[in-house]
Design a protein around this ligand. Structure first.
Ligand SMILES: Cc1cc2nc3c(=O)[nH]c(=O)nc-3n(C[C@H](O)[C@H](O)[C@H](O)COP(=O)(O)OP(=O)(O)OC[C@H]3O[C@@H](n4cnc5c(N)ncnc54)[C@H](O)[C@@H]3O)c2cc1C
Length: 560
């Protein structure tokens, strides 16, 4: 297998595989890189569904979908990006269906659609509560059908930019050990989110934001990094996701007084208000002493055993296995947990970054279709629509670009750095630093934020970074050295956490996931219809701003 490609996609979740398929279908020589087997990507854990205005359950159209998304984003989403998403969504979902995605059906045989939070119509197509599992296998089949090569269990570590152009990536080969260079005319980052920045998270162990951190290193701006979404129903205490589909099917949220407390926060939409609103309501109830051991309760009992078994089978199993609770008989203990990064690598509408030849798609990217708060079901849709677009754009660009090659010097330099890390025998192992980072991010940059806490977190991150300079990798072996890759991931996490601080402190307002009830409780459209843009220049982080692109929806009140 030659190691020179037209398009190299780093990440083989839904976004990466959809991008690779699009690039291949445009005639490019394309390969995927993934640190885990493609079907183990976090996309496979998605439960609730994917949003497209198919109009099967009731009247709906892309414009209504776009408005709900703009409002859900608390007017921080770029409206042109949202319009692209909502306009292309239906055709993209039908394509998945034609490839074999077994969506659940309504009585007439059409794709069924369930109501999801803050959606004006039942718009979420689903395959029971294993939608991501179904999609990832369908995409993997399409990748295999095309014979697209995958560098499986390759850990991408450094992007290589030569003369202003991205020409490939340096990887650690997990199976055999050793530093490998892969050259490509264009590179697409599709490495997913960074939920592992937090101790209570729905995200898989692999969600360490590697691609965002790699982009930062080569000078690309990270956009809206303060916007980490907390999902209101994560299972206590593990953080395993309990899908929004439960509330879509009619589940209640109760406090310790058995009250549906959302009547005080979102009287119209109740349990179907948007995620940031519900997470804040839960945290307020818990903080004011109406929680139960730091949790609230998600009650499904009135839905009845048959419906729970048929539509929410996976949820029941997760509750029984991880919390010992059968939701047919008892309510599930839940709390807000870190779930989705609205922020990420700044791209244009085709996934292109500020570096020639470098693209990003999926959760790693910030095109910005979600602004300050993502609606449930829109992330999977974004992986497909923007994955496809970035694959097409990267292959088009590759046709015009001369051949690319990672220089031997770049590969050798990376080899020296990794060897130095492996050779160190004295110091601290990574996991203590990683746990402390996740714990303190949760405490100081959680559902509610205030200036002093965020600044304190900044100081904690710098102390953790100093400790990281002396991190030691115990395993010196070359085969499946997860000890090494976890150390490399930790550096990525520290870099990303550091970016969140200036962005969070700089946004002196409350908008979507960025809630500052104590110092800046209101949204400030006059000053903050702007994205935070953090870059690294000469080793220092720099905060800039970019205006939100508004097409037809001026900012309005956001009540549910
Ligand atoms: C539990 C859970 C449930 C969800 N449910 C829904 C839902 O119902 N609907 C919805 O719309 N959204 C949902 N989301 C969000 C959505 O699933 C994700 O945002 C989306 O799937 C991310 O896809 P992705 O392709 O960008 O990244 P991922 O699927 O996370 O894939 C990342 C890929 O990058 C690779 N990678 C990462 N780092 C490296 C590296 N250094 N080197 C090589 N490879 C690397 C990984 O191996 C992997 O293949 C859910 C998320 C979670 C966590």
């Amino acid at each position: 297998m030659s190691k020179v490609h037209d398009v190299l996609v780093i990440g083989a979740g839904c976004a990466g595989m959809r991008a690779a398929i699009a690039a291949f279908d445009q005639g490019a020589d394309v390969a995927l890189v993934s640190k885990i087997h493609p079907v183990r990507s976090h996309s496979g854990a998605a439960e609730g569904g994917i949003n497209a205005a198919l109009g099967n359950a009731s009247e709906d159209d892309p414009e209504q979908h776009a408005f709900d998304t703009v409002k859900g984003s608390d007017w921080l989403g770029d409206q042109d990006a949202i319009e692209v998403l909502c306009t292309d969504a239906a055709a993209d979902v039908y394509e998945l269906e034609h490839w074999g995605a077994v969506f659940s059906r309504d009585e007439s045989g059409r794709i069924a659609q369930r109501p999801f939070g803050a959606a004006g119509a039942p718009r979420t197509a689903y395959a029971a509560d294993i939608t991501g599992h179904v999609l990832i296998h369908v995409l993997y089949e399409q990748v295999m059908k095309r014979g697209i090569f995958t560098y499986e269990e390759y850990f991408a570590w450094r992007l290589v930019v030569e003369e202003g152009r991205c020409v490939g990536v340096i990887c650690w080969d997990l199976l055999n050990g050793g530093v490998q260079a892969i050259s490509s005319k264009t590179v697409i980052l599709a490495t997913g989110g960074a939920g592992r920045l937090y101790v209570g998270t729905t995200n898989a162990y692999s969600c360490t934001g590697d691609g965002m951190a790699m982009a930062l290193q080569v000078g690309v701006a990270l956009k809206d990094m303060e916007m980490m979404q907390f999902h209101p129903t994560t299972l206590s205490p593990t953080g395993v996701l309990i899908t929004e589909g439960c509330r879509g099917e009619g589940a209640y949220l109760l406090n310790s007084e058995s009250e549906r407390f959302l009547k005080d926060y979102a009287p119209k939409a109740m349990e179907l208000a948007s995620r940031d609103v519900i997470s804040r309501a839960e945290q307020t109830e818990i903080d004011q002493g109406r929680g139960i051991d730091g949790d609230v309760l998600l009650d499904l009992r009135h839905l009845g055993g048959d419906r729970i078994r048929e539509r929410l089978h996976g949820t029941r199993e997760l509750s029984m296995v991880f919390a010992g609770v059968d939701p047919i008989d008892d309510p599930i203990p839940v709390r807000p947990g870190a779930h989705y990064h609205m922020g990420g690598v700044d791209t244009d509408l085709w996934g292109l970054t500020s570096v020639e030849g470098l693209y990003a798609a999926g959760e790693a990217a910030c095109v910005s279709a979600h602004g300050a708060n993502r609606l449930g079901g829109n992330a999977l849709m974004e992986t497909i629509t923007y994955g496809r677009r970035s694959g097409k754009a990267a292959s088009d660009a590759a046709r015009e670009l001369p051949a690319a090659e990672v220089s031997e010097a770049a590969r050798a330099d990376a080899g020296v750095q990794i060897k130095a890390l492996l050779d160190r025998s004295d110091g601290e192992r990574p996991h203590g630093i990683r746990d402390e980072l996740a714990q303190t991010m949760h405490e100081n940059f959680g559902v509610f934020r205030q200036e002093e806490q965020m600044l304190e977190q900044g100081r904690i991150i710098e102390r953790l970074r100093e400790r990281y300079q002396r991190v030691v990798v115990d395993d010196k072996g070359s085969t499946f050295n997860n000890d090494l890759t976890q150390a490399l991931e930790l550096e990525f996490l520290i870099d990303l956490a550091a970016c969140m601080i200036p962005a969070g402190v700089g946004r002196t307002e409350s908008r979507g996931a960025h809630a500052r009830p104590y110092d800046y409780p209101d949204r400030d459209d006059e000053n903050f219809m702007r994205h935070t843009m953090v870059t690294k220049q000469d080793g220092e982080l720099k905060l800039d701003w970019a205006p939100v692109r508004v097409t037809k929806w001026p900012p309005g009140e956001r009540t549910y």
